[in-house]
Design a protein around this ligand. Sequence first.
Ligand code: AMP
Ligand code: FE
Ligand code: FE
Ligand code: ZN
Length: 275
Amino acid sequence: MKCDFHLHSVFSDGSDTPEKLAAACRAAKLEAVALTDHDTAAGVPRFLAACAENGLRGIAGIELSVDTTQGTLHVLGLGIDPECPELNAALTAVRKGRDDRNRQILARLNELGFVISEDEVRAVTGGEILGRVHFAQVLMRKGYFHSISDVFARCLKKGQPGYVDRYRLSQPEALKMIRAAGGVSVLAHPLLWTEDEVELEARVRQLMALGLQGLEIYYTGYRLEQMVFLLRLAKRLGLAVSAGSDYHGSGKPDVSLGRLTESDGLTILDLLRLR
Ligand code: AMP
Ligand code: FE
Ligand code: FE
Ligand code: ZN
């Protein structure tokens, strides 16, 4: 089936409104799609309404950044209740952590000689999430860098002078929040965490003990042998198979909408039906 369970809108760091996104999903002939903005589900009601108008099966989702001793991982919550009070209390704390960090990033950038103001960064966001991508857009537009990835590589990524850490949920907290909101939890782009197969399996088993239910296997840029490895892992561990592009619109122009998912195991749609 043609689906995409990993999409970003202007509510986080994507460039499309929920309505434009749903229309693009229809144009790409997708059947089931999930909005998974970073740290907010505020775009979900508009996205679901737009999906209904476009004849698409819309799924409410979110992408949470999680702190681990082995670096940051991202977990998707699919089929969540965007109104869940427990989830929203945790998200408020995460967004406060972003606000604190954004102030520090701004001060750091000014120290580095970049003339950039909070208003300029605010102006490029469509929602309440202000992230590094928005800083990158302004720095690029002002001619300091030639591409978004160049800003990250030389300034905003970990280890570079404009990098500031922020508060993130722990693994138990993130999985608990997704469960509290009635969602299915999926490890996003697993190979970004580690490409070591033995290590990944050990980490995934730990996440399963905390409630992880699925792996994102059909992901933008994953090679056939990587997807086969992930499929076998999911099957062996009894995890559901997910598919997502991580579409961000014009912010990541090389990522296009839609993934094809084929599985003789459990799919995300099965899990959503079984809840
Ligand atoms: P933040 O949540 O504010 O720390 O920003 C993380 C987001 O920045 C990711 O979800 C990506 O959309 C984007 N990002 C991270 N690293 C890069 C990179 N090297 N090039 C382009 N975008 C990136
Ligand atoms: Fe992003
Ligand atoms: Fe991610
Ligand atoms: Zn994402």
